[in-house]
Design a protein around this ligand. Sequence first.
Ligand SMILES: [Fe+2]
Ligand SMILES: [Fe+2]
Length: 280
Amino acid sequence: MILCQISDLHIKAQGKKSYRVVDTAASLRRCIEQVNRLRQRPDAVVFTGDLVDFGMPEEYAALRELLAPLHIPYYLLPGNHDERHALRAAFSDHAYLQQGGAGKDGIEDARIEYVIEDHPLRIVALDTVIPHSSKGELAASSLAWLDRVLGEQPQRPTVIVMHHPPFKTGIGHMDDIGLADPQLLEQVVRRHPQVERVLCGHLHRPIHVRFGGTIASTCPGVSHQVVLDLDPQAASQFVMEPPGFQLHMWDTDAGLISHTAYVGEFDGPYPFYDGDNLID
Ligand SMILES: [Fe+2]
Ligand SMILES: [Fe+2]
């Protein structure tokens, strides 16, 4: 099985550019074209949050149109730029989005937490969103739900997907808007060794950290990247480095093998060999 991860779409409506610079709709279009052309077709795609830029209904309508050419089952989860009501309303036919316990205003307000059982790799989605905040958190009830869900199928290889990564990245301004109390999640994950990965977004860069007896990672942005500056005082800036996505290939012998792919037109491929000889 191949699970494709695409992150941080930041879609705007009516041709508007994100931060007045980034044509995020064009970036997503190019990515989907490339994913559709992959020789090994992914079995599913998970979008790890920041689906739109300002959580507005018209942005989700634009997102829906942009995702229409994707001929692979896909799953959405929210990031700090998303808004649960508007996301659920625009994708009301996505039954998994309607799961979850009731929030204070009913289901529309409830966290978007779900389990996908349709694939060899079990997908468990967590919602780290704090409304109107860039920071993330996991509620005590979410951690209890996760512990219970993972305990139900200890033999099934599982990935946890969520927006805010549960680790320090070294990029100061992003750590300032990170996940609160990641050790609480770490304690739960450590109890369930079938967790193959904790796959996250938010950082707009690929980063990998040991976490709770498994690996936690982030994905490149599908349009713009956060500047690689490991200064705790790093300025909050993005850069138009090549956009990317990830392919997580589940192999029953080897486990989960994760690749980062870049979106764009590149020279090649060129052969290494001319007949039996390495090209000189
Ligand atoms: Fe983002
Ligand atoms: Fe984010």
